[in-house]
Design a protein around this ligand. Structure first.
Ligand SMILES: Cc1cc2nc3c(=O)[nH]c(=O)nc-3n(C[C@H](O)[C@H](O)[C@H](O)COP(=O)(O)O)c2cc1C
Length: 268
């Protein structure tokens, strides 16, 4: 990330909103009342870009980015969003087709936006993007599992079911996303939170694109138990697998939402 602040003096109205919204107070006015980094401000700055996002005149550029190229803020309808949240289901039946490339690209673009503690990018996403690759991983996983003599309960469970024709690990999904985290880089206390936030955003966005998802702690356990399976995810050195989400075009359609009991909430 390039950390720099440049201001178009002809547009700046000296309102100071960028200064007030800077979480780490690394911006102030210079002698001409133009916002700039304070001394060593670039070292303190986490690159959240609030300064650029809040500027009412589009006068401030962060990292050389053109503020006019940012998308307009706002969203459609809160009822629509709630319907999406309620309509989301764990999908366990997928069409045997690759996810359309453009949808995968949209998901990849989206992954830059979920919040991360301290705005530190400590995540890595390994995406298996085709049916062919997924089936190769499935084949290798079950061959490995069949060869284990003293298996753990999870492995035993997966093996028994596979022998009965049910794949509890990958569910025939054409894609999966494995998120891993570099715990050295991540802000302390956020290392197990950032990955889950990213997958939560991914899950909802995928459903809005007509795709289905499944959080798979079974796939996670299997990958963690079988290093040769985990190796297929090509997780970079220094990164630790955090979770796996299956992804694909659903082969089922839910007609209605579920009806949940109210959440356990106390307003204090
Ligand atoms: C962290 C997490 C792990 C999960 N792991 C699995 C899994 O390994 N296999 C599976 O079939 N479902 C898994 N699920 C799906 C849950 O069983 C599912 O969310 C729950 O039954 C409610 O159904 P819904 O997601 O359709 O509302 C997981 C869900 C979460 C949030």
């Amino acid at each position: 990330m390039i950390k720099s602040i440049t201001v178009d003096k002809s547009k700046c109205i000296h309102c100071g909103m960028c200064i007030r919204d800077c979480i780490l107070q690394c911006i102030n006015f210079d002698s001409e009342k133009i916002p700039c980094y304070i001394e060593n401000g670039d070292k303190i700055c986490v690159g959240c870009q609030h300064c650029m996002a809040i500027c009412p005149k589009g006068a401030l550029s962060f990292g050389g980015k053109n503020p006019d190229e940012s998308d307009a803020t706002g969203y459609g309808d809160s009822e629509d969003l709630l319907r999406l949240i309620k309509s989301r289901r764990s999908v366990r039946f997928f069409q045997k087709q690759d996810i359309p490339r453009e949808k995968l690209s949209e998901i990849i673009d989206m992954l830059a936006f979920p919040p991360k503690g301290g705005n530190v990018d400590s995540l890595h996403f390994s995406i298996v993007g085709t049916v062919e690759k997924m089936r190769a991983i499935e084949k290798f996983t079950y061959e490995t599992i069949q060869a284990i003599s003293a298996a753990s309960p999870v492995i035993e469970f997966c093996r028994d079911n596979y022998n009965k024709g049910v794949d509890f690990i990958y569910r025939g999904a054409p894609s999966m996303v494995a998120v891993s985290v570099n715990k050295e880089k991540a802000i302390a206390g956020c290392e197990n939170v950032d990955p889950i936030i990213a997958l939560s955003y991914l899950e909802l966005y995928a459903q809005s694109l007509g795709l289905g998802t499944l959080w798979s702690d079974v796939a996670l356990s299997v990958a963690n138990e079988l290093p040769e399976v985990k190796a297929l995810l090509k997780i970079p050195e220094g990164y630790e697998l955090n979770f796996i989400m299956l992804l694909g075009v659903p082969a089922i359609k839910y007609k209605r939402t579920v009806q949940r009991e109210p959440a356990n909430v106390r307003i204090v």
